[in-house]
Each structure stands twice: as structure tokens, then as C-alpha cells.
Design a protein around this ligand. Structure first.
Ligand SMILES: [Zn+2]
Length: 197
């Protein structure tokens, strides 16, 4: 079931938004929201752990706001060290969006993604070379490339992730509640899916 936030009514005609919304339904949201738990959950979903590191200053100076380096044993995400709060969550969510988009893509979509990324990184490379290479790193810039369909979809998915996060940021009950009542409410929450977004 597609659940667009109320403030997004009317956006479902946008193909990139609609595809982001479909993908968002597969992501592991749990209450209360924690970025670390979500990152770990996406890692479990795609079968590869995800680490987050600091984006080097030299790349920030070039206008990058995030970087994803895919690898068989570990996905590495890099965001500026000084980014904090919801801005940092958004930057991380944007890179997670790229990881999820690649994971759920069909083989032909994956080939298309690889071609689109290489067209930006190394336009001189022939397709015959690109099609036989490993996935390239995903470089995400602040604004200049936001018109690119892949970037639009990743940005919509990051926005949707943060919308869900704000819905489930608070626990269902106060921490002071006695343990037996907490256990009972936990059971009800799981039964009705309220422990998820
Ligand atoms: Zn991006």
C-alpha cells in the first residue's frame, strides 16, 4: 500500500516520486526512530553492512554533500563531519536511498544506473567497457545534479524516509511506565504494526 504524506498530495504523478514511494514501503522502519538502527536495518535488508564516515574536505570543496562506495563486503557512506541533526540524517538517508535503489533494481535497471553514473564520471568511456565494470561510487552534489532522474528519486526517497522518521521519533509510551505494562503495550503494538512506520 502506498502511503504518501498528506503534504505530498499531488506528487504521485511524478514518476521519480512514485518510484521512491514504492521503494520506501520496503524499508525497515522501527519505533522509536534511530538513524543508527535504520542504517543497520537497511544493511540487513541488502545483505551488506553499511558504515558511515567523514567526507574528506577536498571533496566537500568540490561541492559534494555525500558519497557512497559500494563493495561486496561493506557499503561505505561518507557525509560531512560538521553536518548534524536532521541535515545529517537527510544526507545519510540520501545515500541509503541510492543503496536501496540499486538493491531493488532489475539487472537492466542496474546496467542503466551504471551507464548514467559513468556518463557523469567518465563520459569518454565506451559502453562496452562500462557494462563490464563493477558498480561505480555514487558522488552526490549539493544542487548541480538534482535534475538528474537518479538524484531526484534518491532525494524524494530521503525526504520520505525523514517524513516517516518524524512520525515515529517518539516512543509509544513514557519510559517510566512499569515493565509489565510496557510488555503488554509492546505486544499490542506489534500485533497492530504500530512498532513500524
Ligand atoms: Zn545522490
Amino acid at each position: 500500500m502506498l502511503r504518501a504524506p498528506r503534504s505530498h498530495v499531488g506528487l504521485t504523478h511524478n514518476e521519480q516520486y512514485r518510484r521512491a514511494l514504492e521503494l520506501c514501503e520496503h524499508l525497515p522502519f522501527h519505533r522509536p526512530w534511530s538513524l543508527e538502527t535504520f542504517v543497520a536495518g537497511v544493511g540487513v535488508l541488502v545483505g551488506t553492512p553499511i558504515t558511515i564516515g567523514d567526507l574528506p574536505d577536498v571533496l566537500i570543496a568540490e561541492g559534494l554533500t555525500g558519497l557512497w562506495i559500494p563493495a561486496p563486503l561493506m557499503h561505505s557512506i561518507f557525509v560531512p563531519a560538521e553536518a548534524d541533526g536532521e541535515y545529517r540524517e537527510h544526507l545519510v538517508a540520501h545515500e541509503l536511498a541510492h543503496i536501496a535503489m540499486a538493491y531493488f533494481a532489475t539487472e537492466s535497471e542496474r546496467r542503466e544506473m551504471r551507464r548514467e553514473v559513468f556518463a557523469r564520471l567518465a563520459p569518454q568511456l565506451p559502453l562496452t567497457v562500462i557494462d563490464h565494470r563493477d558498480p561505480p561510487p555514487m558522488l552526490c552534489y549539493a544542487r548541480s545534479e538534482m535534475m538528474h532522474p537518479l538524484e531526484q528519486r534518491a532525494e524524494w526517497l530521503a525526504t520520505l524516509i525523514l517524513c516517516r522518521a518524524s512520525d515515529i521519533r517518539e516512543p509509544l509510551y513514557p519510559a517510566s511506565l512499569p515493565a509489565p505494562q510496557r510488555a503488554l503495550l509492546d505486544r499490542f503494538a506489534k500485533m497492530y504494526g504500530a512498532d513500524r512506520a
